[in-house]
Design a protein around this ligand. Sequence first.
Ligand code: DP6
Length: 320
Amino acid sequence: MRAIAKAQPNIALIKYWGKRDSGRNLPAVGSISITLAELFTEMSVKLDESLDSDQLIVNGNADERLLPRVQRCLDDVLGNRRKAARVVSQSNFPIAAGLASSASAFSALVVASAAAGGQNRTTAELASLAGQASGSAARSLYEGFVELENCDDHISVKSIRPVDEWPLSVVIAITTTSAKAISSGDAMEISRQTSPFYSRWVEQQSVDLNAARSAIAARDFEQLALIAEHNCLKMHSVMWASRPPIIYWNTATLDCMQVVRELRSQGVAVFFTIDAGPQLKAVCLPEDESRVQDALAATAGVCNTMISGLGAGATLVASE
Ligand code: DP6
């Protein structure tokens, strides 16, 4: 009746931006990500018939705003005749600021709620349920390099390279800890409806996915760097050309981008990627992580930096 799960966020190298079916939350494009190791969300779900209604506590505070989305996810996993739940979520990184907190939260939520309900679901089923709640969450069920493929009426997710075969580091430059003004789900819908670049974005995604898949198979850092930065900037161009424009960056984000490009021109194997928020994620070889961290920490406007290796998918920590 009570279970605890732990899941890490993932960072997309080839991005998901746009939905082809918003009712079932099916993405318009496939994506490739890396699952992180050190950042995590721990989620406890207790099903309790003595409760009058569902409760959600996020990092120590009741969260009424996120509760309906959590309730929909619980209904998807357990059915709407389920018992009321007390859900307690704790993350060790800033949430709702473009650090993929919904990915770790919803992947941990499906694992914990399925276990609390006594279910024995496959990872593929859990990924599909997590994806219904948040598209990127489906990828956090898997380790290392992960590809989400768009099939006819469903998604298929798998790990395409385990962590130990290509351990990379991610340095995160936090440029603000405030929550973002617009959620990625709402923003991508505005892009679909208004951006003149949206249809080209969707059409071209398979080219970028092929290039990234080949680079990962060959452990070719330079090729991965080129295609990941290209895909990231293309996604942000789609956003910038939306009406109203969607601009998640601040000046520190741009300065961090310049720092990464400068390091690369000096021969450091590093590239950047940026999601629906102003934080910059620099992906590099583990031997360069201190150099990359020092350079980003010294950049004006960076309030904090974090380092993570690549890690495993969501796991069940306890169930009773
Ligand atoms: C920019 O997974 O947050 O991080 O399905 O509406 O919850 P919803 O969207 P979400 O979008 C993630 C967008 C992104 C790119 C990515 O992670 O692939």
